[in-house]
Design a protein around this ligand. Structure first.
Ligand code: BG6
Length: 523
């Protein structure tokens, strides 16, 4: 993760040495889709304005939909207006950026499309009179992930193993077997070092900060283990439903959509051993060690460790929202889970028998992602019972989003003539400490792809290990339909099976930590 800010194509950029390839051509497959509009191009635009794009670059969009360059640019501008971190572009900056964008309508399953692309790339390099570094970005529906690499190879576009990279979005497979098949297809054409499998959670500042917090401070690492930690909870709650993605979500569900990738990667960062260096493979080796140490869930005992839910109609922020089964593109008898909660154990010296509870759901009351490290009680309580009526063990909360920050809960003596202890919270907020809006995950990840830094991308073995862990759950859920769906109302935290799962261990889900600001509003 050595990001040296380069001199860019935009005059406002800084003047530090250029470390990414120049020129670079980013080919976006699936450029008429939502991801390009909502995430990729707004991130690329911000990188451009901040001086991270190389002096010579081109972004070529490919998709089936017929569109002229002008229509493509107009569509992307609306996405940048709405989603870019640096706000609505001024006309001059946009014009300059838009001159790097072009679009071709193409059937990505046909060889013709790739011959056309080869011609286009040659033409562009001819204009620069230089060979460009090519980044193939697969932002397509997953069925095309298998189609595009062999077609690129057949058109001679993957011949130079040092001149290109390929970025593959999620979902990477839908189970272990399909992930393996996809890995075989990709590695037949590209070297592992050229393949960048995205998990956008790893690009989030707060997720990366888990490494900084753990390994750049001497304070926490000595107590970061089973002797001091009682358990860990990871919550990724979303207020949104499935929006217009009914067809995708029906095939996917919460386990594949969120737990197999985003939540498991967070678990790896929390549980990994200290790396020897920040080398990409060293970090990924340590993360993979965690995956390998996760205790396999016995197929007959899945119900003890993994539960699911689906939302019914309810209220979110004062608005009535429909049940999952009433969403467009969803079958009225759907058994797809929109909520999943799982208890994992990591079988190694550091974590033996310490539960990691993970939960994620759509249509929860709030959008909040956080990791709670719940410490054990003090070994001996010296204070009189009257002093510790409010006493609670220490808790550390890593707030991933929103209100990015960290909370540490400890006991303090209440002011007064008697000894009375109360828990108090110490807060750190990124925005206040650094007075900056953190970069979007896609900005970070796109820069890393250009720099060739794979630290935050998943390797073949990581992907396959993560799918292996999910296999018994996927198989058990496939053969037994949940009898009680929908089993939570939109807008509630309580999903009964998840409550039972954790209560059996004598614990409960901790309410997401309210920031002082939220609490001020509540008063
Ligand atoms: C995506 C999932 O990977 O992550 C979506 O497919 C989910 O279903 C999204 O809404 C959540 O991302 P974020 O960054 O908004 O927390």
């Amino acid at each position: 993760m050595n990001r040296t800010q380069p001199r860019g194509a935009y005059p406002g950029g800084t003047v530090e040495p250029l470390t990414q390839p120049n020129p670079v051509i980013i080919v976006i497959f699936g450029a008429a889709g939502d991801l390009t509009w909502r995430k990729l191009v707004p991130a690329l635009y911000t990188l451009f304005v901040d001086g991270w794009m190389p002096e010579r670059f081109a972004i070529v969009g490919l998709d089936l939909k017929p569109m002229s360059d002008e229509e493509f640019r107009a569509r992307l501008r609306s996405g940048v207006d709405e989603f870019s971190r640096c706000g609505r572009p001024d006309d001059d900056a946009w014009r300059l950026f838009a001159s790097h964008l072009s679009y071709r309508s193409a059937d990505l399953g046909s060889s013709e499309a790739y011959r056309m692309l080869a011609g286009l790339l040659e033409e562009q390099c001819g204009r620069w009179d230089l060979d460009a570094f090519i980044i193939h970005y697969l932002a397509t529906p997953p069925a095309l992930f298998e189609v595009i690499p062999p077609r690129l190879a057949a058109a001679g576009l993957a011949r130079d193993r040092t001149g290109s990279r390929i970025v593959v979005e999620k979902p990477f497979g839908r189970d272990l077997e399909s992930a393996r098949a996809l890995n075989r297809i990709l590695t037949a054409v590209f070297d592992e070092s050229q393949i960048f499998r995205i998990d956008h959670y790893l690009g989030k500042e707060t997720v990366q900060n888990i490494l900084a917090f753990r390994f750049a401070n001497a304070l926490f690492e000595p107590i970061w283990d089973r002797r001091y930690i009682d358990h860990v909870q990871v919550t990724v709650a979303e207020q949104i439903g499935i929006e217009h993605r009914g067809a995708y979500y029906e095939r996917t569900g919460a386990l594949r959509d969120m737990i197999q990738n985003h939540l498991v990667q967070i678990l790896c960062l929390i549980a990994m051993e200290p790396p020897v260096s920040f080398d990409a493979d060293e970090i990924r080796n340590r993360m993979t060690d965690v995956l390998r140490a996760i205790r396999p869930i016995h197929p007959d005992r899945v119900h003890e460790s993994a539960v699911r839910g689906q939302y019914g109609a309810g209220w979110i922020s004062g608005e009535r929202v429909p049940a999952y089964r009433a969403e467009p593109g969803v079958s009225p008898g759907s058994t797809t889970e929109t909520f999943a909660a799982i208890r994992f154990f990591v079988d190694n010296w550091r974590w033996q028998d310490i539960p990691f509870y993970m939960r994620t759901g759509k249509r929860m009351p709030a959008r909040v992602s956080e990791v709670v490290i719940q410490f054990r009680p003090v070994p001996h309580q010296s204070f009189p019972a009257t002093a510790i009526r409010d006493w609670q063990p220490n808790r550390l909360v890593l707030r991933i989003q929103p209100d990015e920050g960290i909370l540490l809960r400890f006991q303090a003596k209440r002011p007064g003539l008697r000894v009375n202890l109360s828990p108090v919270d110490m807060h750190f907020f990124y925005r206040e400490a650094f007075r900056a809006v953190p970069p979007e995950a896609y900005e970070t990840l796109l820069v890393d792809v250009m720099l060739g830094d794979a630290t935050l991308f998943k390797r073949t073995d990581q992907i396959e290990a993560a799918w292996s862990i999910m296999t018994p759950i996927l198989e058990a859920w496939e053969v037994s339909s949940p009898p009680d769906f929908p089993n939570y109302a939109a807008g509630t935290w309580i999903v009964e099976p998840a409550e039972v799962l954790i209560a059996r261990d004598g614990r409960n889900w901790l309410m997401p930590a309210a920031s002082p600001r939220d609490r001020d509003e509540e008063k």
